[in-house]
Structure formats: structure tokens, C-alpha cells
Design a protein around this ligand. Structure first.
Ligand SMILES: CCCCCCCCCCCC(=O)SCCNC(=O)CCNC(=O)[C@H](O)C(C)(C)COP(=O)(O)OP(=O)(O)OC[C@H]1O[C@@H](n2cnc3c(N)ncnc32)[C@H](O)[C@@H]1OP(=O)(O)O
Ligand SMILES: Cc1cc2nc3c(=O)[nH]c(=O)nc-3n(C[C@H](O)[C@H](O)[C@H](O)COP(=O)(O)OP(=O)(O)OC[C@H]3O[C@@H](n4cnc5c(N)ncnc54)[C@H](O)[C@@H]3O)c2cc1C
Length: 652
């Protein structure tokens, strides 16, 4: 083990295993996770060469091979608990996306959430057994955000009791669905339903795409891969053109909306229920965000204690780069953010679970709050995580730019989370829509509960900020959100008072509306982090996590100091105080940085990074990695004899 990293692990101020257990949700969960990871890491079928050396087709082949092995093993091991399956899948793909994500993550949940009993009877088992492999085909070339603008049509034909599906224009072609290109043989297709001459809006239809024996596309189905992307190249994101494809009436998911045999349409109790699976994935994205940032922080912090660079004192050894305050300022707030996002991920998962149960019981009253919260936190966490991965890459200097570091792959695979499942700006505006409605309720004398209580009148007048107190800092974030949300609603009102239409006024305030939503999400994250600490039994864990929560809050204030000052929450002098305490915290947490990343308990296989190796032996591993690169298969590349040699021989 590299002596520097070894020294970093001597005498942490807390019990690393206790924090690992806390992050996992208990000692038994840690043991189970390690057991499942070991099953994968000891399975010779899962051994693989560095993915960076493969082509797009090679990566897809590699991914499909792992999918098949994973499904076989899940059945053989008798894994039925969704938590086990999710942990096993994460171990197989090391957190990377895979061609079955949409089948497992959206197609199956769509069946569970939107299918009738008969439909479940017909589709679920073959889908669970992977005879049916599905995807979620909603986005079209011309529309991803504006769902009501989707052009694919499903015309009901009462004579044959079938729907006829078409993508009538080039912009109607389904574009992006994961697994659609080469993997899926079915899709849930979102289409505008027409029956009895009337458009009844978006509904979900199960469409078979490929022959179950030959996998060849069926008549009327033109399907393929959309080609190489910025990342995510293990997944065959595809396109789908539909030309008069006929499906039985019973292929429309009819748990909520219905089309009777004669074509009569029965409206769903809420027309947003069809959007439920998107909310499920948004909640899942929030709970996964922390894992991505945990990997990036582990790589960059471990590298930062083995990398020595520059010379502060002549003759003295070059310092570890984590000794530089700037390196601490880049990485330690991100480490604190990783822990903060772990707790907000738990919070959103619990919220989704609770509200889904009440929706199943027919109570739709909290759907809006769930949508607004999951949409805002999905945008808030993914924007910060993706930017954080890039910060970690840059903090590793040149070697961070090598695929050997694992950081470019981590960045390009996580970057689309700011776009898919709801483009982040659009999601923040959904949260803003909800917040503006809450302001309206307060104006009508209604008292609010939960995370928006700060909008109630005379929400307690707070003493001046005490930057040493986490509770006081949470109050500061609350006051900032209250001021920003109220301020933007006043801005909207004054636009309307000047005679602007609702639409114009809204568009003129979009930037402020997004900022107000971000401040609301930031408050919810800080509040949740602080509240979670109260439940931590182990005193050593509680102490170190409190320092991280303190750092996260102080750093948030310095990053958005304009908001806090505009809101009157703190003045210049108090801001200086905040920055001073933040700097002190950086140097005190520096010694705990490696143990705090070890607590994530991410194996070298999972990390797939030469720079982030647990033993810190980076340089030999980097050299060995480069030597195996395909370009080094021959000392003289074939292009020399084909092009350069003739050039050098020619008399220029
Ligand atoms: C890590 C694992 C990865 C797992 C692996 C993941 C791999 C990648 C998977 C990616 C899969 C995809 O991208 S699938 C495709 C994802 N696509 C999207 O997310 C599309 C985003 N667009 C939309 O959701 C919609 O178009 C909106 C919300 C932006 C606008 O919809 P709209 O119908 O026009 O609604 P709008 O007028 O704004 O609002 C009308 C009312 O409906 C409410 N409303 C709107 N949506 C919802 C909703 N979902 N649930 C409840 N309520 C809603 C609003 O609050 C509002 O209430 P009130 O104010 O009237 O009370
Ligand atoms: C890797 C990846 C995987 C995907 N997988 C799937 C899948 O499996 N199934 C599926 O159906 N789809 C999938 N998608 C598509 C994805 O859901 C859409 O790309 C996403 O919903 C954004 O829609 P869009 O591409 O039309 O962006 P647009 O909405 O065109 O966004 C472009 C810009 O317009 C702005 N904008 C748009 N509307 C508004 C507004 N009302 N107010 C303010 N600004 C606005 C946005 O903020 C953004 O800056 C995937 C996409 C990617 C990248």
C-alpha cells in the first residue's frame, strides 16, 4: 500500500465501519451488499477488459452479455427482493447504465402501476422472465419536454376493436428510448388517443416491436439505434417509426383510463396518473445521485493524498496536493454534498413510497407535492453532481483526463441525468409553479404545512445568524428561500399589474423562478441533513457527520452569498465570519477525508479507476493500463507503412 495513503488511514476520528453501516441502512444491509458484490466480483463471467478500449458495438455486446448473465444469476440465486436485485445490478454494471435499464426501471413499473389485473396476468410474467423485453417510448424527435405536443397517434377502430398507431411526421418518430435500438421487443408507447373522432390526450399502449423468435422488426415497425452519443454508449438508445401498426384494444394500459369495446372513453381520476412512472424514476435519480458523487470524491481524494506536487520549502519533500487549501476547497464541500445527497435520497424515496400508497388507496391530494418535490430535487441534485464530477476530474490534473481515471466515463454517463426524465430547467419550473400556488394559498388565508411552512405569515423572527450553529444555518437557508419565493411572486404580480398576460409575466420571470426553486430545494436538503443527524446513535458518527453538515451549509452560503445578503439574512461582516469558519473546517476535515471516502465502501472493481485504487499504487497501475491499450498491440502501427512511409520516401 502506498505509504501516504496508509498514513491517512491511521487513527480516523470516527468508526469508518459504523458510518458505512449507517449509509447502507444497517450492519445487515452492509453484509448483504458485500455478499452480493462478492458474488459478482468472483464470477469469471463478469471479468472484463477496460471498457475504454471497446468500440460502440463492442461496448453494447459487452453490456448485453452481462445483462444475460445477470438475469440468469438473479434467477439462479433466487433474488426476488427489489433491494437485492438493485444491489446485484449495481455490482454487475458498477453503476453504469445498461440496455435493460428501461425494461427494469420503466417498462415493468408501468405494468405494475398502470395495467389492469388481466393485463398483468398477460404481460408481467413474460416480462419478468425477459421473454418480453420492453422500453418506455415517450420522447419523439420533435418533443421531449412538452408531452401534450407529442404527435404519435392511436386511433381506435371499433370494427376490429384495435388501435392503429402511427408516427405521422418525421418529428413524431420516437427518439431516445433506452434499449429501443436493438434490445427491446416491446415498448410502452405514449400516444394521443383518438376515439369516436375525439382526441382524448396521452395514453399508454403496449406495442410488440420484434418477432419473439427471430427478433426481426414486425410489419409497420421501423426501428434502430440513434448512433454514438456523448456517453451512455453501452445503451442502444433508439428510434421507432410506426406505420399503421394494429394492436388489440386490450393493449392500452387501462388501470385508470379506459376505452370500452364501442370506443367510449372513460377518463382517469387524474390525468397525471399516466405520468406516475416518470415521478418514480425522478425519485430514483435523486437517491442514486449521491453514489455518483461518492465515486468521484473517492477517486479525487485518494489521488490527492498520493499525488505530491511542487515545492513549498527548498529541500523538503513535495507536499501532498490535498494539503493545498484550494484542493481542499474543491473536494471537501463535494464530499459533504455526497453525504447531504445520501440523506435527501432517503427522504425522497420515503416520500414517494408514502404518497404512492395513498394514491393506490385513491387519495390523489398529495400528487402535486410529490411531483413538485421530486422534480425540483432531481434537477437540484443532478446539476450539482454532474458539475461536481467535472470538478473532481480537473482536480486530478492530467491523469484526470485519462480514461484510466474513470472520471471521464463517470461524467459522460451521469451528464444526461440533467436532461432525461425531465430537463432540469423545466423541472425547476414545475417546482416554481407549485411554490407560486402555495403563495396564493397563503394570500387566501390558508396555513401551509411541511417544507413550505416558511411561507406562512410571521414565520418566527429569527435571531442574527450564528455561523457556529447548524440550526442557525438551517434557519438562514429557510429565510433565504422565504425571501426569494415571496420576492418572485411579487415580481409576477407587478408584471400582471402592468397589464402583462399570465404567460408573458411568467416568461419574464423564468430566471428568478428557477432561482427561487433552487433556494427552496437547497433549504430542504440542508434541513433534511440536519434532521437526519438527530437520529444517529453512534456519537463518533454523529460528530463527523455534523461537521460535514456544517461545512455543507457554510459552503452553500459562500457560494450564494448574494442571495443571503439580498434577503437580509447576513451582512458583509457576518459573511467574512462564515468564510473564516469554513476555512478552519476545511483544514480540520482534511485529515478525515480518506476515511470518509473509505466509508462509502466502493470496491476497486466498482470504482474502475487507476487513480482511486484503495492501495494508492497509482503510477505502476497507470503504466500497466496504458501498455494494454489496443494502439500498443504492435510497436509499429499499420498506418505507418500505409501512409507515412510512402510520404517520407516521396520527394516532397
Ligand atoms: C438512477 C436510475 C436511473 C435509471 C436509468 C434511467 C435511464 C434514463 C431514463 C430516461 C427516461 C426518460 O427520459 S422518459 C421521458 C421523460 N420525459 C419527461 O420527463 C417529460 C417532461 N415533461 C413533463 O413532465 C410535462 O410535459 C410537464 C410537467 C413539463 C408539463 O406537463 P403539462 O401537462 O403541460 O403540465 P402543466 O400544464 O405544466 O401542469 C398541469 C398540472 O399537472 C401537474 N403535473 C405535471 N406533471 C405531473 C406529474 N408527473 N405528476 C403529477 N402532477 C403533474 C402540474 O403540477 C400542474 O398542476 P397544477 O399546477 O395545475 O395543479
Ligand atoms: C441519455 C438519454 C436517455 C433517454 N432515455 C429516454 C427514454 O428511455 N425514453 C424516453 O421517452 N425519453 C428518453 N430520453 C429523452 C429525454 O427524456 C428528453 O430528452 C428530455 O425529456 C428533454 O426533452 P428534449 O430533449 O425535448 O429537450 P427540450 O425540451 O427541447 O430542451 C431544450 C431546451 O429548451 C428548454 N425548454 C424546453 N421547454 C421549456 C419551457 N417550458 N420553459 C423553459 N425552457 C424550456 C430546456 O430548458 C432546454 O434548455 C432520453 C434522453 C437522453 C439524453
Amino acid at each position: 500500500m502506498n505509504p501516504d495513503i496508509k498514513k491517512e488511514r491511521e487513527g480516523p476520528a470516527f468508526d469508518v465501519e459504523a458510518v458505512t453501516n449507517l449509509l447502507d441502512g444497517g450492519r445487515d444491509v452492509t453484509e448483504r451488499r458485500r455478499q452480493l458484490e462478492a458474488l459478482v466480483e468472483n464470477d469469471p463471467e463478469f471479468l472484463s477488459q477496460p471498457l475504454s478500449f471497446l468500440s460502440q458495438s463492442g461496448r453494447y455486446d459487452h453490456a448485453i452479455k452481462r445483462c444475460a448473465r445477470m438475469i440468469q444469476q438473479i434467477k439462479k440465486l433466487g433474488l426476488t427482493d427489489p433491494k437485492d436485485i438493485s444491489l446485484y445490478k449495481r455490482a454487475v454494471f458498477c453503476g453504469r447504465p445498461c440496455p435493460l435499464d428501461l425494461h427494469l426501471g420503466m417498462f415493468l413499473p408501468m405494468l405494475l402501476n398502470q395495467a389492469t389485473e388481466d393485463q398483468l396476468e398477460h404481460f408481467f410474467l413474460p416480462a419478468w422472465q425477459c421473454q418480453i423485453i420492453g422500453t418506455y417510448a415517450q420522447t419523439e424527435m420533435g418533443h421531449g419536454t412538452f408531452l401534450r405536443g407529442l404527435e404519435t397517434t392511436a386511433l381506435y377502430d371499433p370494427r376490429t376493436q384495435e388501435f392503429v398507431l402511427n408516427t405521422p411526421t418525421v418529428t413524431a418518430i420516437k427518439w431516445w428510448p433506452g434499449g429501443l435500438g436493438k434490445t427491446a421487443n416491446h415498448a410502452v408507447v405514449l400516444a394521443q388517443l383518438y376515439t369516436k373522432g375525439t382526441c382524448q390526450g396521452l395514453n399508454a399502449f403496449i406495442v410488440q416491436l420484434r418477432d419473439l423468435e427471430t427478433h426481426a422488426p414486425l410489419p409497420g415497425i421501423i426501428v434502430g439505434d440513434i448512433g454514438p452519443k456523448f456517453g451512455f454508449n453501452d445503451v442502444d438508445n433508439g428510434f421507432l417509426k410506426l406505420e399503421n401498426v394494429r394492436i388489440p384494444r386490450t393493449n392500452m394500459l387501462m388501470k385508470f383510463a379506459k376505452v370500452e369495446e364501442d370506443g367510449t372513453y372513460i377518463r382517469p381520476p387524474s390525468d397525471k396518473l399516466a405520468y406516475g412512472t416518470m415521478v418514480f424514476i425522478r425519485a430514483l435519480i435523486v437517491s442514486e445521485a449521491s453514489y455518483v458523487l461518492a465515486k468521484a470524491c473517492t477517486i479525487a481524494i485518494r489521488y490527492s493524498v498520493v499525488r505530491r506536487q511542487s515545492q513549498q520549502t527548498p529541500g523538503a519533500p513535495e507536499p501532498q496536493i490535498l494539503d493545498y487549501q484550494t484542493q481542499q476547497h474543491k473536494l471537501l464541500p463535494l464530499l459533504a454534498t455526497t453525504y447531504a445527497f445520501h440523506f435527501i435520497g432517503n427522504y425522497v424515496s420515503k416520500m414517494y413510497q408514502n404518497i404512492s400508497e395513498s394514491v393506490d388507496a385513491g387519495n390523489y391530494s398529495q400528487l402535486n407535492e410529490l411531483h413538485a418535490t421530486s422534480a425540483g430535487l432531481k434537477a437540484f441534485t443532478t446539476w450539482i453532481v454532474v458539475a461536481g464530477v467535472e470538478t473532481c476530474r480537473m482536480a486530478c490534473g492530467g491523469h484526470g483526463f485519462s480514461c484510466a481515471s474513470g472520471l471521464p466515463e463517470l461524467y459522460t454517463n451521469s451528464a444526461p441525468s440533467c436532461t432525461y426524465e425531465g430537463e432540469n430547467t423545466v423541472m425547476m419550473l414545475q417546482t416554481a409553479r407549485y411554490l407560486m400556488k402555495c403563495v396564493g394559498l397563503v394570500r387566501n388565508g390558508i396555513l401551509l404545512e411541511g417544507n413550505v411552512m416558511y411561507l406562512n405569515p410571521a414565520f418566527d423572527n429569527r435571531p442574527r445568524l450564528d455561523p457556529q450553529s447548524v440550526a442557525s444555518l438551517v434557519g438562514a437557508f429557510c429565510d433565504r428561500a422565504s425571501w426569494m419565493v415571496t420576492h418572485v411572486s411579487q415580481g409576477l404580480q407587478s408584471q400582471l399589474n402592468c397589464g402583462k398576460s399570465q404567460k408573458e409575466a411568467w416568461n419574464n420571470m423564468l430566471v428568478e423562478l428557477v432561482r427561487a426553486s433552487e433556494s427552496h430545494c437547497h433549504y430542504v436538503v440542508v434541513k433534511t441533513f440536519a434532521e437526519e443527524l438527530e437520529g444517529v446513535q453512534d456519537s463518533g458518527s454523529r460528530a463527523i457527520l455534523s461537521s460535514l453538515c456544517h461545512l455543507y451549509a457554510l459552503h452553500g452560503i459562500t457560494q450564494h452569498s448574494g442571495d443571503f445578503m439580498q434577503a437580509g439574512v447576513l451582512n458583509g461582516e457576518e459573511l467574512e465570519q462564515v468564510s473564516k469558519i469554513l476555512r478552519t473546517l476545511l483544514s480540520s476535515l482534511r485529515r478525515q477525508a480518506v476515511p470518509l471516502t473509505d466509508a462509502f465502501d466502493i470496491s476497486d472493481v466498482q470504482l474502475s479507476s487507476v487513480l482511486g485504487r484503495h492501495d494508492g499504487n497509482v503510477y505502476n497501475a497507470l503504466y500497466a493500463w496504458a501498455r494494454t491499450a489496443p494502439l500498443n498491440k504492435s510497436q509499429v502501427h499499420e498506418s505507418y507503412d500505409k501512409y507515412m512511409k510512402p510520404l517520407q520516401k516521396s520527394k516532397l
